[in-house]
Write a protein that binds this ligand. Sequence first.
Ligand code: UDX
Length: 468
Amino acid sequence: MRIAVVGSGYVGLVTGACFADLGHEVVLVDNDEQRVEALRKGEVPIHERFLPELLTRHRGGRIKFSGDLQAATRASEAIFIAVGTPPTESGDADMSYVESVAREISGAVDEYKVIVEKSTVPVYTNDWIRTIITRNGTDPELFDVASNPEFLREGTAVTDFLYPDRIVVGAESERAAELMCQIYSPLTSGWYYGRADAIPRPEKAQVSPPRLIVTSAQSAEIIKHASNAFLAMKISFVNAVASICESVGANVEQVCDGIGADSRIGPRFLKPGIGYGGSCFPKDLMAFRAVATESGYDFRLLEEVIRINEDQRRRFLRKVRSVLWTLRGKRLGVLGLAFKGGTDDIRESPALLLVQELLREGCKVCAYDPAAMERAKEALGNGAEFAADAYQAAKGADAVLILTEWEEFAALDLERLRGVVKYPIVLDGRNLYDPAAMTAHGFSYYSVGRPPALSEPAAARSAKREHA
Ligand code: UDX
């Protein structure tokens, strides 16, 4: 099929590249000329696994880049809108980019097309897009508006797209639903999975082809917001449980093992840490709360989810202070700046927010992140030092802080690390290590929701204090 994808950010690029891999003819449209030029030249502006491979595979063939939205609309049967919906000051989503795309599309609808909303949007966006397009003179019989929310995680967006748990389509007409089913049929029929050159199936992905769920437009828009809010709630819930575990001396990993074994709850998204961040959860929770308030429902549960998340960072900071006593002038080796492992994204990163707080407290921070350093340098300016690897960051440190769940931080050479630090103290905000392994290497190890594990001299001091 012929598809236009508008917006070449995370969602648009991944969607366009994956549609091309499913066999469709894709035009990726962006009004940023430099970005379009860079994409044409083969640059990949985001750090996303398998995206470079897919773009190389299809660039100049099934995927083309353009700045001309009207031409792309005329040439396509479906137009996916994947432009940004940043939060406004009051927390609701700014829909002006979506509106201007809808306005521009309307001049180019010369035969039946489906306009698909892919950005995360408030309920009734579908109706608004329809109104804007007809208001600008398009025959309402010539188009339908559908909603097709994405559930892509950064870092695994390509495999999330190609091996989804489900595909949600909100469509108000049979014709639009039928067209959307056709677009996704390479996945729902299982055809893609039999291909020798398919992007490999991730370990945890379901084996059977995904279900395509057709709903009303409003339901699809709520599904997206409610899914993200539920996942964020799971994280805040487990973070609250971790805090109780710390107070009573329980171990949150054991507790989560026990909770997650209940198939009604499930083990995923139950990892405690320094809180969630990123471009989606914080923004979508605010937007969902705004939608709820507007519809007359006071969704206080969401406020609590947000409050616990923010508190989680403060708790970690208190932990650093309780271990180091005073912070001014202390040298900290910080491992991780991205909002999670596998990405260079620092938007709403709890790691970065913590570093900023530590700098305000007068700490000297030497940080390392496998992908997010360039972006972090812009955000932190001269405030922090940056290292070439984890060991350089830890060199001479009063303590090492693990703030992002990168795989390489879970596989450090502990002997080597022990050799470079000033004091063998690790504060792990992501629970990447077995506490016993850390003490065996001479570290005092503090994590989230688990009893501290003290190296022998530290344990002896602590016992002496208790005795006194
Ligand atoms: C999220 C949703 O998962 C995705 O479906 C949606 O489309 C976009 O938002 P993403 O923001 O890429 O994706 O990241 P995700 O992997 O969901 O993690 C979000 C944050 O929660 C990260 O900061 C991560 O560190 C944190 N997290 C996640 C936890 O603290 N504990 C967990 O168990 C899982």
